[in-house]
Design a protein around this ligand. Structure first.
Ligand code: M6R
Length: 620
């Protein structure tokens, strides 16, 4: 997702910010920019695409002498990846960079009543700041804050007071850096829900949205906490808590290498991506849940109304999300839903409903089979919708409408956070559509909304569970195969659990509907057949239990993922009880992801780059 850097000091700023942005490059971005404030004025440079484009635009420009500067890499959420939408955003006197989402930006834009240069939610921050600053100036004329004479009391310092007043009006999540000609040598900063940190070195003060840009630059860092805001100079900072009282932070040592810093302490990117799922889900829900409804600005009732059926089409993990989505769409929106594997769909001369919606799901947006499938559906006149993690990708360009997944770049070849993002987005889509079609009872609708609100908590990895999976993994490194079994929503989850395991451990694993085992695969059952049973209390529990009993009677080794004691299980991985299928789904998802990873690590495999696989499959 987006990245932030900042610098105040006397050394060349452009090279410093640019190196910092390079360190954030691995996260993915679609545009980038810098703003540099020097005694002779404020300059801003922005480009779409790679950092090399920004380098070309900067040419040999470099600052000299005292400088205050901020930089940003953007991953589009509000507004297309264009130069105007790239950060920093600014007016004549001030510039801002922002990560996160300002939920009330529409109302704030209307209140500000000035022309906007971008379609972003972020630009409103700088308008508000300048308005508050102008109001302060009117009440205390001729006051200009010089860095040497700056006061750090918001009651006296107009720029700090204007910054505080701006923060008071923002709802949502943010990491913000703001610079202003009225306060040279100072960076105003705030953090709520999006990471931001800083460090001091001999050459000045450095800001970043993660460790990587600070490694090798500062030996220690201060991780700002939610609600922290204040102002920094090259020599020090003034820090406040959310209530405006002074705050103190202890410096923490930085990792030794930038590769380690990018992994943020995790052993593999896959592990980091599993752990960051709650943050991803929070980003997806931001601005999309009101007290009474799901809001999806990308869609509207008029567009959905004529649609009579839906076909979901994808490959690999995204296909498993599609299958999960088909259960949700039929259940919550009461729309007939079918699911297609893209590589099969293309060549079987499919008969499509001309009033149907064709939904493609893809992390990369470049999967060749999925891309061809959407072209085929378009050619037959269907409405098209893409659920995709990469804006401006080929699939997004092809689709009539898009729901971006907001998962940030996924480095691990084995997809984890993109899958949870796909499933959550499909859940939102199903509920939104159900609302529009008025097919859900008030009670059912309220129950879904409250489950959606609980999902972030559910996806938080519990150290107890991770430790248990780590210990258990050593018992399952041999055998002649794994069966992941489940019913209903837990069948696609079984498929996904099996795919994760085979991708990174190279052990044979299959996902199967639990009720189908007795129609053939049960012939394989013996003590060397490991059955991972997804036993959701909320969904057909007794039925799955019987299916597991049948396997246990044939001596299969049973690993039960469930909420309670189950006497036939050889090992139990206990999960929390929620009573809602989707909450059990997300909690079990973390378990199957971690189980696959722990087994693969014990086998000595590189879980981020498994053999024979590519992150994006752009060939048939
Ligand atoms: O980028 P896409 O979502 O279209 O990719 C589809 C599959 O190639 C992908 O999900 C693949 O199965 C992953 N390696 C799963 O971990």
């Amino acid at each position: 997702m987006c990245g932030i850097v900042g610098y105040i000091g006397n050394q060349p700023a452009v090279v410093r910010l640019f190196n910092g942005l390079r360190e954030l490059e691995y996260r993915g971005y679609d545009s980038a920019g810098l703003a540099v404030l020097q005694p002779d004025g404020l300059r801003c440079f922005k480009t779409v695409g790679k950092l090399d484009n920004l380098a070309t635009k900067l040419g040999d420009y470099e600052s000299s002498g005292p400088v205050t500067a901020i930089g940003h890499t953007r991953w589009a959420t509000h507004g297309k990846p264009t130069e105007a939408n790239a950060h920093p955003h600014g007016l004549t006197h001030s510039q801002v960079v922002h990560n996160g989402i300002i939920e009330n930006y529409v109302a704030l834009r209307e209140a500000v009543e000035t022309p906007f240069l971008s379609q972003t939610d972020s630009e409103v921050i700088v308008h508000l700041f300048e308005r508050h600053l102008a109001a302060q100036a009117e009440s205390t004329p001729n006051q200009r804050v010089e860095s040497s004479s700056a006061t750090d009391d918001p009651a006296i310092d107009p720029a700090l007071a204007a910054f505080r007043a701006t923060l008071d009006t923002l709802h949502g999540a943010y990491a913000i850096l703001l610079i202003s000609e009225t306060a040279p040598g100072r960076i105003f900063f705030a953090r709520k829900g999006s990471p931001l940190q800083l460090g001091f070195a001999e050459d000045g003060c450095h800001f970043a949205s993660s460790d990587a840009p600070l490694v090798g630059v500062c030996s220690q860092t201060l991780y700002l906490e939610d609600g922290h805001w204040g102002v920094a100079t090259p020599e020090g900072l003034t820090l406040f808590g959310a209530d405006g009282s002074p705050a103190v932070l202890a410096p923490k040592p930085l990792p030794a290498s930038s590769l380690a810093a990018r992994k943020e302490g995790y052993r593999y990117f896959m592990e980091k991506e599993i752990y960051e799922q709650p943050r991803v889900l929070a980003d997806i829900l931001t601005g999309r849940l009101s007290k009474q409804a799901v809001l999806l600005d990308e869609l509207d009732a008029d567009w959905l109304r004529p649609i009579a059926s839906v076909t979901l089409c994808a490959c690999g993990t995204s296909y498993h999300a599609a299958l999960t989505g088909s259960y949700l769409l039929e259940r919550l929106a009461r729309v007939p839903a079918r699911v297609e594997i893209a590589s099969e769909f293309r060549y079987r001369e499919p008969v499509l409903d001309p009033n149907g919606l064709f939904v493609v799901i893809s992390q990369s947006g470049e999967t060749a089979d999925t891309l061809e499938a959407i072209k085929l559906a378009k050619a037959q006149g269907l409405s098209t919708l893409a659920l995709c993690n990469v804006d401006n990708s080929s699939i997004v360009r092809e689709a009539e409408r898009t729901l971006l997944l907001r998962a940030g770049i996924e480095k691990g070849v084995a997809s984890t956070k993109a899958f949870s993002a796909q499933v959550l987005t499909l859940w939102l889509l199903a509920l939104y559509w159900g609302q529009e079609r008025a097919v859900l009872s008030g009670e059912r609708h309220a129950r879904e909304l409250s489950a959606l609100r609980a999902v972030l908590n559910v996806m938080q990895v519990q150290p107890r569970v991770h430790e248990r999976l780590h210990r258990l993994s050593k018992r399952y490194l041999h055998g002649h195969g794994f069966f992941f079994i489940g019913r209903d929503l837990f069948y696609p989850l079984a498929l996904e659990g099996a795919l994760k395991l085979k991708e990174i451990s190279y052990l044979h694993a299959e996902g199967y509907p639990a009720g189908e085992m007795k129609h053939g695969p049960i012939a394989l059952a013996d003590a060397e057949l490991f059955t991972i049973a997804l036993m959701a209390r909320s969904t057909l529990y007794e039925k799955v239990k019987s299916n597991v009993e049948e396997l246990s009677a044939r001596d299969a080794t049973i690993i039960a993922i469930t909420t309670e004691y189950f006497e036939l299980a050889d090992d139990i991985i206990q999960i929390r009880s929620y009573g809602h299928p989707m909450l059990e789904f997300f909690e079990m998802l973390v378990v199957v992801q971690l189980l696959a990873m722990e087994i693969a690590i014990r086998l000595g495999n590189d879980v981020d780059m498994p053999r024979n696989l590519a992150k994006s499959v752009t060939v048939e």
